[in-house]
Structures are given as structure tokens and as C-alpha cells.
Write a protein that binds this ligand. Sequence first.
Ligand SMILES: *[C@@H]1O[C@H](CO)[C@@H](O)[C@H](O)[C@H]1NC(C)=O
Ligand SMILES: *[C@@H]1O[C@H](CO)[C@@H](O)[C@H](O)[C@H]1NC(C)=O
Ligand SMILES: *[C@@H]1O[C@H](CO)[C@@H](O)[C@H](O)[C@H]1NC(C)=O
Ligand SMILES: *[C@@H]1O[C@H](CO)[C@@H](O)[C@H](O)[C@H]1NC(C)=O
Ligand SMILES: *[C@@H]1O[C@H](CO)[C@@H](O)[C@H](O)[C@H]1NC(C)=O
Ligand SMILES: [Fe+2]
Length: 436
Amino acid sequence: MSASILMIITTILLVLVAIANASNVTPLSIKLSLTDTEGEMQVTWFTLDFPSSPCVQFDNKGFNPSEVTGNIITGRIVEFTQKLWSGYTSIAVISPLAAQQTYYYAVGNKETGVWSVLYNFTTSTFPNTNSQVTPFSFVTYGDMGAVVDNSTVRNIVKTLDQFQFALHVGDIAYADLQDGDEGIYGNQTIWNEFLEEITPISATIPYMTCPGNHDIFNGNNSNYQNTFMMPTGSDNGDWYSFDFNGVHFVGISSETDYSPSSEQVIWLTNELQTYRNSNPDGWLIVFAHRPLYCTSNLDWCMNDTNRISLINSLEDLFYKYNVNFFIGGHSHEYERMLPVYKSQVYGSNANPQATVYVVIGTAGCQEGLNTGFQPLPVYSSGVRLLETGYAKVSFLDSYHMQWQFIQDKTDTVLDSVFHKQLHNLVWTIAILVNQT
Ligand SMILES: *[C@@H]1O[C@H](CO)[C@@H](O)[C@H](O)[C@H]1NC(C)=O
Ligand SMILES: *[C@@H]1O[C@H](CO)[C@@H](O)[C@H](O)[C@H]1NC(C)=O
Ligand SMILES: *[C@@H]1O[C@H](CO)[C@@H](O)[C@H](O)[C@H]1NC(C)=O
Ligand SMILES: *[C@@H]1O[C@H](CO)[C@@H](O)[C@H](O)[C@H]1NC(C)=O
Ligand SMILES: *[C@@H]1O[C@H](CO)[C@@H](O)[C@H](O)[C@H]1NC(C)=O
Ligand SMILES: [Fe+2]
């Protein structure tokens, strides 16, 4: 064989190796998430191979990622190490960002020249934390799962420009449901398929989550934590808070110890108290996977002792610190309560004197919907639906919020109601008394 033929073969081999390497650091599962700091946007993505120096390129105008003309920020890397899982999450925080501004970005690697396509996102208003609401909407749902029925994703993608962020209240991909002993470790193929499916949402608006029971593999949720990098509340983001356009959101984990003396509940008490002390009139929304109130025929919604413990641990806090809204999933149904405390109605939607609880476990997971309801309790609004769909939540100003349930099948609104945030005189007085 002549030297020149050898050289050609070697060159071809090198090119093939380069292509193979390049494809293994292709950014997959691209997701935005909010941080707890103004002027930041976090982006995370998955690669099969070690990404060596992952980075994000961004600018306030469009650009061609391969020309590398945007601002570059280098990320950090987390590796999936558990049995049957492999690959890497890259995490980069884009900043500083201006308020209410559209930015373009691509993720990849400056050295290998492998980049994602160009995406864009729009920032919220700053400051976020003074409880003066700048109108916005977000989309929320729980219990989704991959591939089986993606009509929720399809409908949201069609109307994505209406939403400033997505809130997925646990039971993300149902990657724990499969035949065989290995099921307990969670199936990364299913996990990644789900992440690809939601990319049209998650690469354009922040995708905020909390853990559900189906996000735990072999006793812990470290794969969830290696995928969804939530703000630093505690326990690797299992509980956290963030502010958006003047509304305060607090996420907690119903899959972690929630006894009154637990680290989580101590954190939550401090979190709610701190917020309310400086924002007597602010909208305060708490979310978790499992609901306190739900009335389907799911075991959890019957007199499950763990649900009673959840109520005993949290309900007084929600009442005391005037949590306006609680969003949960887990029960595969849509259900909206009236303002309720200790199973009694307090006020009305127009004059709420307790927390309003909503269940939105309807994003179409493969387990299907629940099959029925218990007798209607006094604290129910009477709206209980066994339909797949999602909620659109719109803050109209500092005192008015519109909550809507949109059915997948017809893409129409089946439930629409206004909620009011009152000037909370009781709270204002309590704070004044506290301060003297
Ligand atoms: C931002 O991305 C979305 C989703 O890909 C796209 O529909 C929209 O046109 C983009 N907006 C701008 C301003 O480029
Ligand atoms: C994971 O799910 C995929 C897709 O359903 C399947 O082909 C594969 O066998 C599963 N993996 C394991 C380890 O069970
Ligand atoms: C939904 O599923 C269909 C059929 O499997 C697929 O063609 C389509 O791309 C999916 N849409 C989204 C948004 O994932
Ligand atoms: C989570 O479970 C996996 C699989 O059993 C184990 O390898 C890992 O150490 C656990 N992680 C934590 C933080 O407990
Ligand atoms: C739960 O317990 C209460 C109080 O004992 C009882 O009134 C109610 O009927 C029970 N509900 C269910 C669904 O078992
Ligand atoms: Fe669940």
C-alpha cells in the first residue's frame, strides 16, 4: 500500500472519529430555568460524552452559532453515575441580563464547534420582589410522562408565546414504569425521550419543577436533581423559592420528610414568614406534587394517613402566612377548591380568607386518569373533571388572577375563575404589632 493511500485512509478515519466524537457531545434536552437572582437565566443540557468545556453563547440580537460571535459563558458539568445511567448535564448561568428583553442563545462547545440551533427567551421585570405585579401568565400541570399522549405538549407549544414559564408539579417522565427488575433504577431512554419532547417548551421558557413519586429511582431522586437544576433552596433544589413579575413562588417536596420538625418544614416556615413580613399584600403561591386536598377515588385522597400528616404539618402555616394558592398534582384529575382551612370554607374567591387548593394531575401520563370521585365536600367549588389538560394562570394586576383549565382534546377552556388578592388588613396590623 502506498504512503499516499495510507494517508488518505488515515485522514478518513480521523474525520470519522471526529464526527463520532462530535455527535456524542451534541447538546440534547435543552432547558431554561429561573434562578433566585435577578438578571440571570440558567440553561442546562445533556450530552452522552464528557463535554470538556461546555458553554453558552448569547446576545440580544440573533446570530449564527457556528460563527461564535455571541458572548460566551462557560458552564460546569455534572455526571450521571448511577447504575444504568450515563452521560453529563452541563449547566451555565447566563448573566447579566436586562429586564423584559429578548435574548438569543445556543449551547455547545467552543473547542469542538458543536452548537445547538439558536433559541431565544425573554426576561421578566426587575425588581421582582416588591409584590407589584407586572401582568403575565404561566402554564402548569403535573403527571405527564413521555410519548404516550403528547397532546398537552402540542397544545402548549401552539400557544407558547402566551406563557412566561412552565411549572411541572412532579411526576415528570414516568421513567420508573417498565417491566423487569431494572425498573427500580429508572429508564434513562424514557427519561431522555421525555426531555426531547418538552424541548420546544423548555428551551424557550423556564421549566420549573418539583419532584414527584415517579421521579424517585431506587430510593432517591438524584437523577431528577442531576437533570432539573432548581434554585438553591435546599436539599439540591428539592425545595426552593423564586420571584416572577412580583409574585412569590415556593416549591416543596412531598417526597421528602415533611414532619413539623423536618429540615424542610423549618425552611418553609422561615421562607413564608420572611416573605409575608415584607409583603403583606403580595401573591404567595406554594406548589408540591401531592395535594393536601383532593377528592378523587385515589388512595392518597381517601383518609391516607400520610396525607393527613401533610395537612397537619402544612395547613396551619399556609393559613397563618396567607398562602393564596396551592398547586398540586398526583391525583389524576382536575379539581378546584374554595378557600379552605380545616375542611371549612373561609370567605369566597372574591374575598378569600384561606388558601385555595387546586389539583392539576392531568397532563396525560400512561397510568390514565382516576375513575371517580368521593361525595362532593363543602369546600369544593364543584368543578371536578376527569379530562386531560393543563392550567393557564394569568396575573392581571397586583390584585387579580385568572385561573383557567384547558382541555387537551378540544383545546378549549373548561373552567375559568377570577381570584382576588385583598389588601390584607389583618396582616398589616399583625406586622405592625410584631415590629413594635
Ligand atoms: C423565539 O423562539 C420561538 C420558539 O422557537 C419562535 O417561535 C419565535 O419566533 C422566536 N422569537 C424570536 C423573536 O426570534
Ligand atoms: C428502557 O425503555 C426503552 C424504551 O421503551 C426500552 O427499549 C429499554 O429496553 C428499556 N431499558 C431497560 C433497561 O429496561
Ligand atoms: C407527538 O407525538 C407524535 C406522534 O408520536 C409526533 O409525531 C409528534 O412530533 C409529537 N409532538 C411533540 C410536540 O412531541
Ligand atoms: C441514590 O441511589 C443510587 C442507586 O442506588 C446510589 O448509587 C446513590 O448513591 C444514591 N444517592 C444518594 C444521594 O443517596
Ligand atoms: C375520612 O374520615 C372522616 C372522619 O373520620 C370521615 O368523615 C370521612 O367519611 C372519611 N372519608 C373517607 C373518604 O374515607
Ligand atoms: Fe404521583
